[in-house]
Design a protein. Structure first.
Length: 390
């Protein structure tokens, strides 16, 4: 089944982790985030670059999904208030709040980057526009929320469950796919029904028991496919390179995304009944190898067979000087050092032109996209790096 490109919907935070967002921009067409109207965000340079230069980040106001979820939670509080107070009550003295919702419990923390952990408070803050006024008053009266300006503090687990349900409702209304940078992941099948939300809310299960990592999700397929060509350290990924890749190689990205979506849909429809998660993981790895990594290897072999060789010997091969060298009055040929360097330089220029012509002739595909990502993000393995070294 052929379908249009679907955007991601990030949750539960207002702000992104830079490293996560740079990688996400290599396989998501665009990324929405839940931002109430009127909020001014202090975005990082990375987020601004992806927003301003690529249009990658999209604001998604809570809208009518808030009223639907508000009505549901009001009914749950009215019927099961005592149970909820036992599990999610918070003291009014807890005014140190954060917009974090995980992943460690009971004290929320957020790993924004590899070496940075954001310390948080004992309650999680949600903007007042993410819930109805009557809901906040009811939660406060029940000892389940505290107010600080435009923000309401909730028990971390209650806030997490609320944002899971809100993300699903927004995604359903806008044909988006919920996604998160948290260890506790979200299935893209939009299974957070009202019944599931209610049962998990009353049961009080920790989130890791609520959502096990599902196979076949697009981000899993995309990440596994990209794993062969992206640096292990996300700090090494330049946001400028990400913007360049998405702008210059848009047809290749489209082909890559279509293959990712097709594989994800195949796994969901054909392999959903597999009970053993290890077997399912092996199927996923095998399909990614077959659909992405093997074609990439074949493309690289084909490029080498066309003379696009990234070894240093390709630049030191004896080449004939072009006729324009004669205009220098024989200076190049009478100076051994300059002549040798000139030969290599002319060889490099000639080879670079061949490489550029060959690149332009490559048919857009998932493999060609991975090939271009590899060349842009790992310049030490490319001809350009060798030319600079020469």
């Amino acid at each position: 089944m052929i379908e249009g490109q679907r955007f991601g919907l990030y949750y539960p935070y207002l702000h992104f982790s830079d490293n996560w967002l740079k990688t996400a921009a290599l396989y998501w067409p665009q990324m929405g985030r839940i931002v109430p109207e009127g909020i001014t965000l202090s975005d990082s340079d990375t987020v601004r670059a992806l927003s301003d230069e690529l249009g990658f980040v999209v604001r998604v106001p809570p809208g009518s999904a808030v009223q639907e979820l508000t009505d549901l939670l009001i009914g749950i509080v009215a019927e099961h208030g005592e149970t909820l107070r036992e599990r999610y009550s918070i003291s009014r003295r807890y005014f140190m709040m954060s917009d974090s919702c995980g992943p460690s419990w009971p004290d929320p923390q957020r790993h924004r980057d590899l070496d940075e952990v954001e310390a948080t408070g004992r309650v999680v803050a949600l903007h007042r526009e993410k819930g109805g006024a009557f809901l906040w008053d009811m939660l406060a009266h029940s000892g389940l929320a505290v107010q600080l300006g435009d923000w309401w503090g909730l028990h971390p687990q209650l806030a997490w469950l609320y944002m899971c349900a809100l993300a699903d409702k927004l995604a359903t209304r806008n044909h988006l796919i919920p996604t998160t940078d948290q260890d506790i992941v979200h299935a893209d099948s939009l299974t957070w029904t009202d019944e599931l939300f209610t049962s998990k809310l009353l049961a009080g299960y920790p989130p890791k028991e609520i959502a096990a990592k599902p196979m076949g999700r697009r981000e899993q397929v995309g990440l596994l496919a990209l794993s062969q060509v992206t640096p292990r350290d996300p700090h090494r990924i330049s946001v400028a390179k990400v913007v360049k890749i998405r702008r210059r190689y848009a047809p290749e990205f489209d082909a890559f995304y279509s293959e990712v979506a097709d594989l994800a849909n195949h796994l969901e429809s054909e392999l959903a009944g597999i009970a053993d998660q290890d077997i399912l993981a092996r199927y996923l790895e095998n399909e990614v190898r077959r659909r992405f990594h093997s074609p990439l290897d074949s493309l690289e072999r084909a490029m080498r067979s066309e003379g696009v060789d990234t070894s240093i010997t390709a630049l030191t091969t004896k080449v004939a000087l072009p006729a324009s060298a004669a205009a220098l009055g024989g200076f190049l040929t009478h100076n051994p050092v300059v002549a040798a360097g000139g030969a290599v330089a002319f060889g490099a220029i000639s080879l670079m032109r061949d490489l550029q012509r060959t690149r332009r002739s490559v048919t857009p595909s998932a493999a060609s996209y991975l090939w271009r990502v590899d060349r842009e993000l790992n310049p030490e393995n490319t001809l350009r790096k060798i030319i600079r070294m020469g």
